[in-house]
Design a binder for this molecule. Structure first.
Ligand SMILES: Nc1ncnc2c1ncn2[C@@H]1O[C@H](COP(=O)(O)OP(=O)(O)O)[C@@H](O)[C@H]1O
Ligand SMILES: [Mg+2]
Length: 246
């Protein structure tokens, strides 16, 4: 469903994506892990061209995203949900309005959009807060609104860029629980999740990708890659797991 060939991105002399190749099957969940600054956000943002790659190919259901004009790309984005690290919600709108906005822009009536918004807010456990203003919510609740907004468009692909990284540790779990449930229930939805949460990635991902300096240096099934890593990053993550078991 997604095939990326030789994706490159530089900022001046800083090579951020150094010829990335990547494949994702229908319903597959990929976790991308790696040190800060290695290019994870740039990679995930290039997929739906929130960041413009310098070169390379991105095929989504065989549509060449790298060749699309802005308005064609806008249409494709209606099938790709994005969950941001810092939520990117509109504070002056209610929870329900934040979730429904994308549908209203797509041409749904307000009634239809609110109905769909309420259904996904139920899925993330926030139906009671539908009419609250988002600035009153906790970080975990805000991110669950972010997830509901990504789900409401019934995407084929959801991109999540460190969805729990701005949350304090107590709130991380409620968001991971929601994501685990979505991963279990929505078997046809493919996901790419940038995360540092190893146990979450191990449980949910079909494949883990380790990134370093703009390339994937190792990938594999979670159990295999975390038990017998060959890359230095894999070894670091394995050490963290062992440390947590002590
Ligand atoms: N808009 C930008 N302008 C200049 N440099 C950028 C920009 N965005 C990211 N970078 C640089 O690209 C590198 C990779 O960033 P990023 O993709 O955010 O990494 P990660 O998400 O893995 O922490 C970093 O060196 C960062 O400073
Ligand atoms: Mg990042």
């Amino acid at each position: 469903m997604l095939r990326i060939n030789n994706l490159k991105k530089c900022y001046d002399k800083n090579i951020v994506l150094d010829g990335v190749d990547f494949h994702l099957k229908e319903g597959e969940i990929a976790a991308v892990m790696g040190p800060s600054g290695c290019g994870k956000s740039t990679f995930i943002r290039c997929i739906n061209r929130l960041v413009e790659p310098d070169s390379g190919e991105i095929f989504f259901h065989d549509i060449p995203l790298h060749e699309l004009q802005a308005e064609e790309m806008e249409k494709v984005r209606q099938k790709i949900g994005f969950v941001f690290q810092h939520f990117n919600l509109i504070n002056r709108l209610s929870v329900k309005q934040n979730v429904a906005l994308g549908l209203i822009k797509q041409g749904f009536t307000i009634e239809e959009a609110y109905e769909k918004a309420l259904a996904v807010l139920k899925d993330v456990g926030l139906e009671k807060l539908a009419d609250s203003s988002v600035d009153r919510l906790s970080g975990g609740e805000k991110q669950r609104v972010g997830i509901a907004r990504a789900l409401v468009i019934e995407p084929d692909l959801i991109l999540l860029d460190e969805p729990t990284a701005s949350l304090d540790p107590i709130l991380v779990r409620e968001v991971l629980d929601v994501l685990e449930e979505i991963a279990m229930k929505r078997k046809n939805t493919s996901m790419i999740i940038v995360t540092h949460e190893i146990s979450f990635a191990r449980k949910v991902a079909d494949r883990i990708y380790f990134m370093d300096q703009g390339s994937f240096i190792e990938s594999g099934e979670p159990e295999l890659i975390l038990n017998t890593p060959s890359s230095w990053i894999g070894k670091k993550y394995k050490n963290i797991i062992n440390y947590n078991l002590i």
